[in-house]
Design a binder for this molecule. Structure first.
Ligand code: DNO
Length: 348
């Protein structure tokens, strides 16, 4: 396992100096943020990230994300141009030493919560998804924005793109995903880069838009669209684990054995009774609904040697910052992952 940590670049309050002090840390997980979705990343921006990272003793091997332009997901005639740009970005980051690229295929809205600062009994704040609140969230007209959402849309543009998806069936989205994969995976293979799709978060349809990377059946279908080891997944424990229908331990075991997990996001969630939704919790298993030990063991036992990063953290010790992406709780998560991994490996 190669421990990694997300870094949002030079504007991130969490610095590379902070990150390098996390025990056993290997790589940063980052991206170029200075160009709009769909454009080619400049070699200068990539080189700058690499230089900053490596001068702090960290590897520059994981990109999260190269976002997929909506025209690709919508299957518009303009998609070929954006797919060509996507391929060029794969080539450019590969030249700089990147080995793994995380991306997603969620229409318009990336990961979604209904409240970003819910107070837990211990005084920490966390991200939650309450079904009763979802009805009140209007992603187009409302004020909620999440770090993963593309903020470059005007309201009108957003309204239009959402309307286009409302006409679209899941099967059409699958066809557009296949078209995309058939063109990018050969390039990734040639560049020796692993593509790692992130599951939809949460793993069900929201705001009436289709979502397809949601469960075991669909992950099987996804992997068979292009049956090549470079076409793999980011196993996000929290995205899959917020539905009690997903057996995350089984999925970790199965897809690690197939060699198709290239990246893991480790996060614990508490599924609430009566289908009320879920709360993000501390990484430690008893804090939530997931057995983090069993997930780590399933990965270890099935030969997983890829990148793992602690996923979202709560805000603790008075920290403020980007929702889910403060330093302290994620660093606790990293230490916990190290502990699990050391114990599992030494028990062999
Ligand atoms: C949330 C992240 C996601 C992820 C994208 C991958 O915290 O895990 O935003 O980066 O879905 O493209």
């Amino acid at each position: 396992m190669k421990l990694s940590f997300r870094w949002y670049g030079e504007d991130d309050k969490v610095t590379l100096e902070n990150i390098r002090q996390i025990p056993n840390i290997y790589s940063v997980v980052t991206a170029v943020y200075d160009v709009p979705v769909g454009q080619v990343w400049s070699r200068e921006s990539i080189a700058r990230l690499k230089k900053l990272t490596e001068s702090n003793g960290l590897a520059f091997e994981v990109i999260e994300s190269i976002p997929v332009h909506e025209d690709i997901k919508l299957g518009k005639p303009t998609r070929d141009k954006y797919i060509e740009n996507y391929c060029e970005n794969i080539r450019r980051v590969a030249e700089a030493g990147v080995r793994c690229i995380c991306y997603n295929f969620m229409p318009v809205f990336d990961w979604t919560r209904t409240q970003l600062d819910h107070k837990l009994p211990d005084g920490s704040t966390t991200l939650v998804y309450y079904r009763e609140q979802v009805k009140k969230v209007d992603p187009v007209e409302g004020d909620l924005t999440l770090p993963g959402w593309d903020a470059s849309y005007t309201r009108d543009e957003l309204r239009n793109v959402v309307a286009e998806y409302k006409q679209m069936t899941e099967e059409e989205l699958w066809a557009n995903l296949k078209y995309f994969l058939e063109r990018i995976i050969p390039v990734a293979a040639e560049c020796n880069v692993n593509m790692a799709i992130h599951e939809d978060d949460p793993c069900w349809s929201i705001f009436g838009l289709p979502r397809i990377i949601t469960d075991e059946k669909n992950l099987d279908r996804f992997l068979s669209l292009v049956d090549d080891s470079h076409n793999g997944i980011t196993l996000c424990t929290g995205s899959l684990g917020c539905s009690c229908k997903n057996d995350v331990v089984h999925m970790a075991e199965k897809y690690a054995k197939m060699g198709r997990i290239h990246f893991v996001h480790m996060r614990n969630v508490k599924i609430l009774d009566n289908n009320r939704g879920f709360e993000e919790r501390a990484h430690y298993s008893p804090c939530g609904s997931l057995d983090m030990y069993a997930i780590a063991k399933a990965l270890y036992d099935n030969g997983f040697e890829g990148y793992i990063r602690p996923d979202h953290g709560r805000m603790i010790w008075g920290e403020t910052g980007r929702s889910g992406y403060g330093l302290y709780d994620r660093a606790l998560g990293a230490a916990y992952i190290n502990g699990l991994w050391e114990a599992i490996s030494k028990s062999k």
